[in-house]
Design a protein around this ligand. Structure first.
Ligand code: GLU
Ligand code: MG
Length: 473
């Protein structure tokens, strides 16, 4: 795409990759042609979103016909949006909890896609800029874009794909959660019970141009899972955001509530948001075809060792809600152990050797869907780069149940959000990648979530985010 680059680099980025390098503003001719194409296809309006520090997807809708103008100048957004908590309330102790200031949210037209064509809605992820056109240092997608550019500059490329788990419930009954579709774990009976729904989800994903690999009932009552096809990092995060909106829309059409909450009820298993990742260096895959355990290359071992080291620090980005840490119990397949394993589904890092037409890759299994995917993906890329620059010993893979292994061999990951935030704040790797202001304000958002949870008894905490991200039910 021809680009008239007018943006200066982001402030406090912690590296040299400014927004201008990652986000070329399309020239008017290109934007007008794209808009005309979407208008021809019956689309009329665009939902421009960003994901705030708390992981909520925020939006402004604009007429599609205005898109070329909006792409150039953006729409206004208050910086206070990153101080909205998990339930939408603002904790005044955060430095962003201020009434003043304004940012411009600009849609990234390279990622424009239909959202719900039947209603004329398209979707584009946005980036926020200062009013003077400078990239906003706290913009999460900008951070992810910079990390992707830094990776490429180091001769590395990554393919990432998210899994989405969700539970489908009847419209919030007072005081409870009732699964909307019957049928057993992974059951074909549940597939058939919910066939009209799953067909509608599949059709809606196709209409939104979201490539997917698998769609099926999961283990928990009323639980389903979608695996999105792998893509470049930013695109993978975009797909997660758009796919959840699509699932939410279809669920609502059926009159049901879909919950992406890490814990929906204390008894049920949780919803994960696992992240699959493969990395190549100068085109050579690092996670397979080598002489190491399960075919790891020496570089792949360094990458894995770096991720293991930084796992506790990554946790507030992978699992952002206080209740996320209730999901992370042994035996719930949420992989709460700081170990790696080959095809071990209780290891936080699961190595999946090549096979079935798929390259060898890693699954970050601890992550859930309270994560802001841009922050999580950006941070993972930063850790990958750092790991490849160091020589660390990789412990042997853990086989069997980590819960049965001596704790020294299978340590638990942080058990509370508070513990995780301390590891995050202490990480020089994330400080360097995110910049002081982004790291600090994300930590503030997590501390606000810790304060919110401290005021609630266990059951009330689960109920408060039971239909996450839906609030106000
Ligand atoms: N639902 C489990 C979780 O909370 C994951 C189940 C699986 O896919 O292995 O992450
Ligand atoms: Mg699953």
């Amino acid at each position: 795409m021809a680009a008239a680059t007018t943006m200066a680099g982001g402030r406090g980025t912690g590296n040299d990759f400014g927004v201008s390098a990652c986000f070329p503003v399309p020239d008017l001719t290109t934007a007008t042609a794209l808009t005309a194409d979407f208008l021809d296809r019956g689309l009329r309006r665009v939902a421009v979103t960003f994901v705030n520090h708390a992981g909520a997807v925020l939006v402004k809708g604009v007429p599609l016909a205005r898109l070329p103008l909006v792409a150039r100048h953006g729409v206004g957004y208050s910086p206070v949006a990153d101080a909205f908590g998990a339930t939408g309330l603002i904790d005044p102790q955060q430095s962003l909890a201020r009434p003043d200031g304004d940012l411009r949210l600009k849609p990234d037209l390279r990622a424009l896609r239909p959202l719900d064509p039947g209603t004329g809605w398209a979707w584009a992820p946005g980036l926020r800029f200062e009013r003077d056109g400078e990239g906003y240092a706290l913009d999460q997608r900008g951070f992810c874009a910079r990390q992707q550019a830094a990776l490429a500059a180091a001769g590395l490329s990554a393919q990432l794909g998210f899994e989405i788990e969700w539970m489908l419930g009847l419209p919030e009954p007072a005081g409870g959660w009732i699964p909307a579709v019957a049928g057993g774990p992974y059951g074909a009976d549940r597939l058939v019970e919910g066939l009209d729904y799953l067909t509608a989800v599949a059709e809606a994903l196709d209409a939104a141009e979201l490539p997917w690999l698998q769609l099926h009932p999961e283990y928990g009552a009323g639980q389903f899972e979608l695996s999105l096809a792998a893509a470049e990092p930013l695109e993978a995060a975009d797909r997660l955001v758009a796919a959840r909106l699509v699932i939410q829309r279809v669920s609502r059409r059926f009159g049901w509530t879909c919950s992406f909450a890490p814990v929906v009820t204390a008894e049920l298993v949780g919803n994960g948001g696992h992240l699959h990742l493969s990395v190549a260096e100068h085109g050579v895959p690092l996670l397979g075809g080598g002489p190491g355990p399960a075919g790891l290359t020496a570089r792949g071992e360094a990458l894995l060792a770096g991720l293991l080291e930084q796992l506790p620090a990554l946790m507030p980005l992978a699992c952002a809600l206080a209740v996320s840490y209730r999901r992370l119990a042994p035996g719930r397949w949420a992989a709460p152990f700081r170990v790696w394993g080959v095809e071990n589904r209780e290891a936080a890092l699961r190595l999946v050797p090549a096979g079935g037409g798929e390259p060898a890759h890693l699954e970050l299994k601890v992550a859930d869907l309270s994560a802001n995917p841009y922050l999580l993906v950006g941070a993972v890329l930063a850790v990958v780069r750092e790991g490849l620059g160091c020589h660390r010993d990789l412990p042997p893979p853990l086989s069997g149940d980590p819960a049965a292994a001596p704790p020294a061999e299978a340590p638990r990951l942080p058990r509370t959000l508070g513990e995780a935030v301390r590891a995050f704040e202490a990480s020089p790797v994330l400080r360097e990648a995110m910049g002081e202001a982004l790291q600090r304000t994300v930590a503030e958002a997590r501390q606000a979530e810790v304060r919110r949870s401290d005021a609630l008894a266990d059951e009330a905490l689960i109920t408060s985010t039971r239909s996450w991200p839906l609030t106000g039910l």
